[in-house]
Design a protein around this ligand. Sequence first.
Ligand code: DAH
Length: 338
Amino acid sequence: MVEEIIKKAENFFEEGKKEIENITDEELLEKWRIKFLGRKSFLNQLCTDIPNLSKEEKIICGSKFNELKKNLIKLYEDHKNKVRKREIKYNLTFPGRRFFTGNLHPITKVIDEIVDIFHRLGFGVAEGPEIETDFYNFTALNTPEEHPARDIWDTFYIDKKNNILLRTHTSPVQVRIMEKYLPPLRIIAPGKCFRRDSFDSSHSPMFHQIEGLMVDKNIKFTHLKGILTYFIYEFFKKEVKLIFSPSYFPFTEPSAELSISCVICSGKGCSTCGNTGFLEILGCGIVHPNVFKNVGYESSEFTGFAFGMGVERLAMLKYGIDDIRHFFYNDIRFLNQF
Ligand code: DAH
């Protein structure tokens, strides 16, 4: 009986010796320690057989166990030093450690998705500066001097004397593109915009818009309706109702706002749509002749439409997000869901 117990204990020791050789980091070494030296180790389990042995056998068995345990401790201590000093070279045949890759921010993803939809309709991507002049942001867009958006309480001016500001919308990109290129034009312009709003569940002083512009001969409101209807269906992948209602923007005439039946409650009425069953999604219209004049286009020859939409709002509706601030907290638990 005693030989058998000792044999088992020795086998256990050999196993420990073999396993420790391959260990290269402290985490695995700790697992080894628990298995071979822990309270519930196989060696300690074997000890429960000792009381059944004769007196001499107990002595033989006990001293053998102590010897093995001491050797295991020595193996452990020696190996721990080596791991600490990184003396052990990694075994290149080991599987790699899994590491976490990041993913694109949900706003970037939604922008990519929208750009992709408009690509299929032949729209190219244009970009403009986030630091703009009063001319591109307002004047060239036919915005009158006394318009409230120009107020210092609505716009971040960087240098008021020299009319340098943070663009309040992506519409100035329209002007920059038209100054540079002649029609026909079909572009969308995604990017950051800034307004002097305090953070709350639906406002952020920095947000994203996507501007759209199409100029050619004979462009009519029906083209605008067709393009936006296609876009809404492709983006939400849902049957939604669209309503174009009259509105005002200085740079379009006529101007409209597009509302869609609420994608959260399917038009029944909920807190997101303020119980109206509809949501305002974007502003749009036929480009004002004064804007064409400001960029040197002949408005007797060309017509065009434009639109502008808020990316955060579209993303919130698509994914059922109830607070715009989630996009900017950088909480990995939120960001990982997209
Ligand atoms: N720039 C407008 C805003 O920020 C949105 C907009 C409305 C853009 C009508 C357009 C347009 O191009 O035609 O509120």
